[in-house]
Design a protein around this ligand. Structure first.
Ligand SMILES: C[S@@+](CC[C@H](N)C(=O)[O-])C[C@H]1O[C@@H](n2cnc3c(N)ncnc32)[C@H](O)[C@@H]1O
Length: 275
């Protein structure tokens, strides 16, 4: 186990869920399931999350009785995830690893990654290594689903500062943008109550052009690749903020017009009740 990832240390890992309390994980989970259904793919039995963080998405899979393992570069985030999965019958395996060191000891029906985790890879070559490794650990009938912030989104981010405050902490969040390289840096300064010290960490993400990602997925061997505007079932575009990719080793169903309409209505309903 080794990782270069120096963000998501204890001070931020312990407040991550509070800072992200507005994230609609229930809806995101339903969206992943809908993407599968949309393409005629059944629910998986064996799943791996890349960048599982504090396990917010994993617990939803476990709640549905689906085996899910988690990989993350931060042991402090994994510690939080391990606490959360204790009450489930299924025991996930956790891997404290960099994305570039995906274990090859198991095969999965679904590998997924959400909330910009793969944007932390700052070079396309590194993403391409991940795609090739995921291809190897997926069943031939399996599927790889992940989201990415686009190049246009990160290049167009506005620099500035935000403050998150709860009873037990203060977190200053500074956005720094390199528009030319589509690189978004977040500097965090965290102060905990009853603690005189400050903790600092830096997060860096790179945005990608979705068409370039499609080429890379195909180069890795994926036979069917689709991408959608995040949380919708409309074809994605480089101008979308975030896009979801669905890539399968084998050919999968391209939904017809009637199915498209049906699933769009279903998604509309899910958004109404879950967001
Ligand atoms: C924005 S968080 C998302 C966490 C989780 N997926 C969620 O939805 O809450 C990104 C996660 O990716 C992990 N990460 C970032 N770079 C990584 C790398 N190179 N290898 C492994 N994990 C990494 C971080 O430690 C963090 O837990």
């Amino acid at each position: 186990m080794s990782t270069d990832n120096k963000s998501y240390q204890r001070s931020f890992a312990s407040i991550y869920d509070q800072v992200m309390s507005a994230v609609p994980y229930d809806f995101w989970y339903e969206y992943i399931k809908l993407l599968l259904e949309f393409h005629g793919i059944g629910l998986p039995e064996r799943t791996l999350e890349l960048g599982c963080g504090t396990g917010n998405m994993m617990v939803r899979f476990l709640g549905d009785g689906i085996q899910v393992d988690g990989l993350d570069g931060s042991q402090d985030m994994l510690d939080e995830a391990e606490k959360k999965v204790k009450n489930f019958e299924i025991e996930p395996d956790f891997y404290h690893r960099d994305f570039l060191e995906i274990p090859r000891n198991k095969q999965y029906q679904l590998v997924y990654s959400v909330f910009d985790s793969l944007n932390y890879l700052l070079e396309l070559e590194k993403l391409e290594k991940v795609f090739a490794d995921v291809y190897e650990i997926l069943d031939k009938s399996g599927v790889f689903i992940f989201d990415l912030n686009t190049e246009e989104r990160l290049a167009g981010m506005k620099p500035g500062t935000t403050t998150f405050q709860e009873d037990d902490f203060l977190c200053y969040w500074q956005d720094i943008v390199d528009s030319e390289e589509a690189i978004w840096t977040v500097r965090l300064l965290i102060q905990k109550r009853n603690d005189n010290g400050y903790y600092e960490e830096t997060h860096v993400e790179k945005g990608y052009n979705p068409y370039r990602i499609v080429e890379s997925l195909e180069k890795a061997g994926f036979g069917s690749v689709f991408f959608y505007k995040a949380n919708y079932l409309t074809e994605g575009r480089p101008s979308d903020n975030r896009v979801y990719f669905l890539a399968c080793p084998e050919e999968v169903l391209e939904p017809g017009l009637i199915e498209k309409l049906y699933y769009k209505l279903k998604l509309f309903y899910l958004r109404k009740v879950l967001v």
